[in-house]
Design a protein around this ligand. Structure first.
Ligand SMILES: Nc1ncnc2c1ncn2[C@@H]1O[C@H](COP(=O)(O)OP(=O)(O)OP(=O)(O)O)[C@@H](O)[C@H]1O
Ligand SMILES: [Mg+2]
Length: 220
């Protein structure tokens, strides 16, 4: 599903990733971990083409990501769900509208949009809060809206960067269960995290990045 072949990425001549090769299988749930500054976020950004590699090839499903022209990037992103801390919920839009916006941007008609949004809000157990503004939701609930927003367009890949960073243990566990459920339904999920509790005992593959390369790989 996702292939990294000899990926090298530097910022201002400072290497971050050096000749990384990695295969993420269709339907896999993969964790990326490692110390702060190791390049976890950078690796995710390379997948959705927010950063470009200096060297190497990346493919995601049928897209040669490293060769995409600027105008082709939105099409790639329509197929990738992205959960990043800097993509906040809009405070002046309801839960429903926050999730629906992703679809109306894609040009979906209102009837179909309502159906898709309700379906995913049901899935994250927030249908009863659809008309509230984000400020009236708990941190865990807000994060479930963020996940709903990422999943509403039925992406083939879900990328999450420190998705439980602001949450307590109970909420982090609930979010992780939601990712597992999404993964069991067939979506490939890639999660970058510091939090060992997320992957310990999970049975999923863990990639540990350090010193610009994949230092070890094991089953969590
Ligand atoms: N746009 C940028 N310009 C310059 N340097 C950058 C940029 N983005 C990241 N870096 C640098 O690249 C390195 C890797 O950053 P990255 O955000 O990928 O690390 P990370 O593993 O996600 O860290 P953290 O665990 O703190 O989130 C860091 O040294 C960072 O300062
Ligand atoms: Mg990061």
């Amino acid at each position: 599903m996702i292939l990294f072949s000899g990926i090298t990425k530097s910022y201002a001549k400072k290497p971050v990733l050096d000749s990384i090769s990695l295969i993420i299988k269709e339907g896999e749930l993969l964790f990326i971990t490692g110390p702060s500054g190791a390049g976890k976020t950078t690796l995710l950004k390379l997948i959705y083409c927010s950063e470009r590699p200096d060297k190497g090839h990346i493919t995601v499903a049928d897209w040669e990501v490293s060769k995409l022209k600027q105008g082709e990037i939105p099409e790639l992103r329509r197929n990738i769900g992205i959960i990043f801390q800097d993509f906040k919920l809009l405070p002046n839009r309801t839960v429903f509208d926050n999730v629906a916006l992703a679809l109306s941007i894609h040009g979906m008609n209102p009837g179909k949009t309502r159906h898709y949004v309700n379906e995913i809000l049901e899935e994250v157990k927030l249908l009863d809060k659809a008309n509230l503004f984000p400020q009236f939701l708990s941190g865990g609930e807000q994060q479930r809206v963020v996940i709903a927003r990422a999943m509403v367009s039925k992406p083939v890949v879900l990328l999450a960067d420190e998705p439980t960073g602001d949450l307590d243990v109970e909420n982090a566990k609930a979010i992780m269960e939601l990712f597992s459920k999404i993964n069991r339904k067939g979506t490939t999920v890639v999660i970058a995290t510091h939090d060992e509790n997320l992957f310990r005992g999970s049975g999923h593959r863990v990639i540990f990045i350090n010193d610009h390369y994949i230092e070890k790989e094991y089953v969590g």
